[in-house]
Design a protein around this ligand. Structure first.
Ligand code: BGC
Length: 732
């Protein structure tokens, strides 16, 4: 299709020299503008020289309407062709006003709220000069050791695909050229979430079935939702660094899926092919990446250094550059940058939009929806609003930075509403806050390791005393804000530092504990599950953390979140996920050891995927199918009745899973295929209807082809992957 924009791109391309084309394929790092001296000899002059020469097509990490205007002005007014820059930034869960971390948002299963959250992020970022975010991260994560699970939507490809689409829609809106929308980027293409042993930047070695059925679906969904860019990644896949993978970028993404946006490398991932031992030097790395379909070089400078010469030497065809540059220019045209390069650089708008009341309300709403009630024995929660003596314990309870989570480069430290501040708004009880031992020894930045407090228990006695004289103890424990995110793999998933010791010491004097967890990944909290009556998963909920937590603890908001990732009993069970394969020996038949299990821990997870309680209860009944036998082209209609059997209004995510009993490629024991959120008054029932079409019943075979095989299926319904009802049908 030759649109107006394509015509404009073609005419511009005709005017460009090889060097100018290569310039468009170069993304330059503006980091040191903001944070201080240039690393590795880079300097502002060098950057401006590059800019003036037209050797920069994009900048990242420059932000602020004024700052962006300054660099844009050089590109537009001082280069021969005046092509505007596209300005990229990691807008991962908000810009200045922060939403919950992406994994937490996924726990809401609320696609509209997630879309809204991305649109708030886009509104703030675009007001600050940015027109392209490096999000959403759509990597499926099954391994809680990997610190980057906090950036994604969890372990399930179906939920992950819908959330990917919601985020793309939220960032890009209906009109990319609108002043409050930005281009999105599906990353990291592909399979980064499968880094071996959860170790950051590690080898990935997975089979075709996992690649096509688990890893790729959210990327495909993002492409179908019209995402304008993709980012490749640091990992290799089956021996080929994905930055140099023609199979992924040319055959699948731009070939089979017909993606017409552009692909950016990850941060210097082109150069990293040298360390991987896949390219002998920068010249070879540039050649491999360009041929494989990496259209833009993020920060690595190998394209500007090598690509023009490679073309002149006849090693790389100029047509490769033309294709890459056309894709990049197309997105710039779509953003409206050629009409007004300064459209995102309005300082008045910046002041009005960022941190607005409307945005605070939106992230508060998202935060409440993201909270998961893991356990609530004897209805200890919600707390009574009056006449109670409450001890609030834990350094994280008064922390105003940790709840902001990782990946929040544009936000300011100390700007979260703490749990302490949130709870102080409820004045009917007496609230006694005791910090107890610290979680970290010092304040950490995004770039550096967290130094955990593993020895200093000062404050413990005070905490014990406060607990002794209270009716209820609320303990806020978990991960320090920068313990997840990039470069933060862990081999221990328990409460970090001396917090377990603190929890057990307090429990000895007062077991009436509500444990509020702050974390960016599933934790292994078996002891807590066994002993502590109420456990609330509050993740890192962003700017409005404390207000959201307090509303849930006091019952002004009835929690409805459901886990997007399985919680293990201990780290040795990881990777653990609900859609596993049955194996040839799934159960103990003969009272011997020869079946698929561990000898030292139960086979089941601590909390399954999809788990989450409410202050009310729900019952499932009347699971019905419209027939028992279907042909491949029929829709399978499923209905189930859900009843609120408790005393208060509540929301429930009704989840439908299937199992294809026999497949030419073995099928998982359960696969999520549909869900719906229902709100029910006490005593009220609702019939929920689902339709499974042929897209829901097939799978990718090992040639990457989607097939639907006749045979017997099961349908499961319930409020978690641990479902309560099942039925059968046959596909003929
Ligand atoms: C990360 C990307 C990120 C990029 C730019 C890399 O280290 O892997 O996810 O978008 O940096 O900040």
């Amino acid at each position: 299709m030759n649109t107006e924009i394509d015509k404009k791109v073609d005419s511009l391309l005709k005017l460009m020299t090889i060097e100018e084309k290569v310039g468009q394929m170069n993304q330059y790092n503006g980091f040191w503008d903001v944070t201080g001296p240039a690393p590795e000899g880079g300097s502002a002059e060098k950057k401006y020289e590059h800019l003036r020469n037209g050797w920069v097509g994009s900048m990242l990490t420059v932000r602020g309407a004024k700052e962006v205007r300054a660099v844009q002005k050089i590109a537009v007014e001082e280069t021969r062709l005046g092509i505007p820059l596209i300005i990229g930034f990691d807008v991962i869960h908000g810009y200045k006003t922060l939403s919950p971390i992406p994994l937490a948002e996924a726990a809401s299963w609320d696609l509209k709220a997630i879309e809204k959250s991305a649109s708030v992020a886009a509104a703030e970022a675009s007001a600050s000069g940015i027109n392209w975010t490096f999000g959403p991260m759509v990597d499926i994560g099954r391994d809680a050791r990997w610190g980057r699970v906090m950036e994604g939507a969890g372990e399930d490809p179906f939920l992950g695909s819908l959330i990917a689409q919601a985020r793309v829609k939220g960032f890009q809106g209906d009109d990319l050229s609108a002043v409050n929308t930005i281009a999105a980027c599906a990353k990291h293409f592909a399979a980064y979430g499968f880094a071996e042993a959860g170790k950051e930047y590690n080898t990935v070695d997975i089979g075709t079935s996992t690649l096509h059925n688990i890893v790729l679906p959210p990327f495909k969904a993002a492409a179908e939702a019209g995402v304008r860019t993709f980012m490749n990644s640091f990992n290799e896949l089956n021996g080929v660094p994905v930055t140099g993978s023609s199979y992924l970028q040319r055959d699948i993404l731009k070939g089979e899926w017909g993606f017409n946006g552009f692909v950016v490398s990850d941060w210097a991932s082109i150069n990293e092919m040298i360390s991987w031992g896949h390219a002998k030097d920068k010249r070879e790395a540039a050649k491999i990446a360009a041929i494989a379909g990496s259209d833009m070089d993020m920060e690595g400078n190998v394209y500007v250094e090598e690509l023009a010469q490679l073309v002149k030497d006849g090693v790389v065809e100029e047509a490769i550059l033309d294709d890459a540059v056309s894709r990049i220019l197309k997105v710039k045209f779509e953003l409206g940058l050629f009409d007004d390069p300064y459209k995102y650089c309005d300082e008045t708008r910046e002041k009005e939009v960022i941190g607005s009341k409307k945005h605070r309300e939106a992230v508060l709403d998202m935060a409440k929806k993201s909270i998961v009630l893991l356990k609530n024995k004897n209805n200890l929660l919600p707390l009574k609003k009056e006449g109670q003596k409450i001890a609030l314990i834990g350094a994280l309870a008064s922390d105003k930075s940790s709840p902001l989570g990782s990946w929040r480069i544009a936000s300011d430290d100390e700007t979260a509403v703490s749990v302490l501040e949130g709870m102080q708004k409820y004045t009917g009880n007496s609230l006694n806050y005791v910090k107890g031992p610290d979680v970290a020894l010092e304040t950490t930045t995004f770039l550096h390791e967290v130094k955990l407090n593993t020895t200093d228990t000062s404050g413990l006695e005070e905490a014990i005393n406060a607990a002794k004289s209270s009716d209820v103890v609320v303990m806020v424990l978990g991960e320090y804000g920068f313990q997840t995110g990039e470069g933060r793999s862990r081999t221990n998933l328990q409460l970090p530092g001396v917090q377990q010791e603190l929890l057990e010491a307090v429990y000895k004097v007062n077991p009436n504990i509500v444990l509020v967890l702050n974390n960016g990944r599933p934790l292994a909290i078996s002891w807590a599950d066994e002993h502590i009556p109420a456990i609330v998963e509050a993740w890192q909920l962003g700017t409005e953390t404390g207000n959201a937590v307090a509303e849930v603890l006091y019952g002004d908001y009835n929690p409805s979140g459901k886990l997007p990732m399985t919680f293990p009993r201990n780290v040795g069970q990881v990777p653990i996920y609900y859609n596993y394969k049955n194996t040839g020996r799934p159960v103990d038949k003969d009272d011997n050891v020869f079946w698929s299990h561990y000898v030292d821990v139960d086979k089941t997870p601590l909390y399954p995927f999809g788990h989450g309680l409410s202050y009310t209860s729900f019952e499932y009944s009347d699971l019905k199918l419209n027939a028992s036998t279907f042909s491949v082209n029929d829709d399978v209609q499923v209905s189930v009745t859900v009843t609120n059997t408790g005393k208060v209004e509540g929301k429930e995510v009704v989840q439908l899973y299937i199992r294809d009993l026999v497949g030419s490629i073995t099928r998982p024991v359960k696969e999520l295929k549909a869900f719906e959120m229902v709100t029910l008054q006490p005593g009220v029932s609702k019939t929920v209807n689902f339709v499974l079409n042929k897209e829901a019943l097939g799978f990718y075979n090992n040639d990457g082809k989607y097939v639907i095989e006749p045979g017997d299926f099961k349908v499961f319904l319930g409020g978690s992957s641990d479902t309560v009802l099942e039925a059968d049908f046959t596909l003929e």
